[in-house]
Design a protein. Structure first.
Length: 223
């Protein structure tokens, strides 16, 4: 059997990266050897999603993969972010990794940005969920056993009452018209607590709801 290319998977803690992990494993074309995520070292939380570092550690453990943490400051200028990720990619290459898997769905500018940045690092991006129908995909995730919670909501795009809610069929039924069911336009971000990509579920509950930098965060707490 031919040796498969080694890959890291870009890990946001959310349902899309979790489902990308599941799909990549099913396809069997890459050897996933690690998850990689950015950690805001001012708060010890995943950048953008605001999820506690300990919860992401729990995800990696249940996924059976090491977690490569890329520390970034708060606030983080884009050039600082790019330098940090370039350093991480250099480490990946040193470890024989040639590919990075992303859970992006359809935003072309995001894909082109990733392709450009990884080309500079001599790495190959992979998008296993690209252009899948998001209403169907969202239902497929729920039916496939994914349990996720809305960790962050953009109140300019979705009512703040959704923060801390469970990503399930009932929530999908309640989403207003124009909101992507997978939140691809940034309407919301999730934390994946269970699913076929994990050996067991992570118990969480929504704690304090806080607003910071124009976003509404649900502080998810392990139970």
């Amino acid at each position: 059997m031919a040796t498969r290319p080694k890959a890291w998977l870009s890990w946001s803690s959310g349902k899309d990266s979790a489902w990308a992990l599941h799909v990549t494993r099913q396809q069997g074309e890459l050897e996933l050897v690690a998850l990689v995520t950015t950690i805001n070292h001012a708060f010890d939380r995943v950048a953008m999603h605001g999820v506690r570092e300990a919860l992401v550690d729990a995800q990696a453990e249940r996924a059976g993969l090491p977690l490569v943490k890329v520390p970034i400051p708060y606030p983080c200028p884009n050039e600082v972010y790019e330098q940090a990720m370039a350093a991480a990619m250099a480490r990946a290459r040193d470890e024989g990794v040639t590919h990075v898997v992303f859970g992006d769905l359809f935003l072309q500018d995001i894909r082109e940005y990733r392709e450009k940045q990884l080309a500079r690092c001599a790495m190959t991006p992979v998008f296993p969920l690209w252009k899948l129908d998001t209403p169907r995909l969202a239902r497929e995730m729920v039916a496939g056993g994914v349990e996720a919670w809305l960790a962050c909501v953009d109140p300019r795009k979705l009512n703040r009452e959704f923060a801390g809610g469970k990503f399930d069929a009932a929530l999908l039924d309640r989403l207003p018209p124009g909101v992507d069911p997978c939140g691809e336009y940034g309407e919301f971000h999730t934390f994946a607590a269970a699913g076929p990509m994990f050996a067991s579920a992570i118990g969480v509950r929504a704690g304090e709801i806080v607003e910071r930098d124009g976003f509404v965060y649900a502080d998810l707490v392990a139970i």
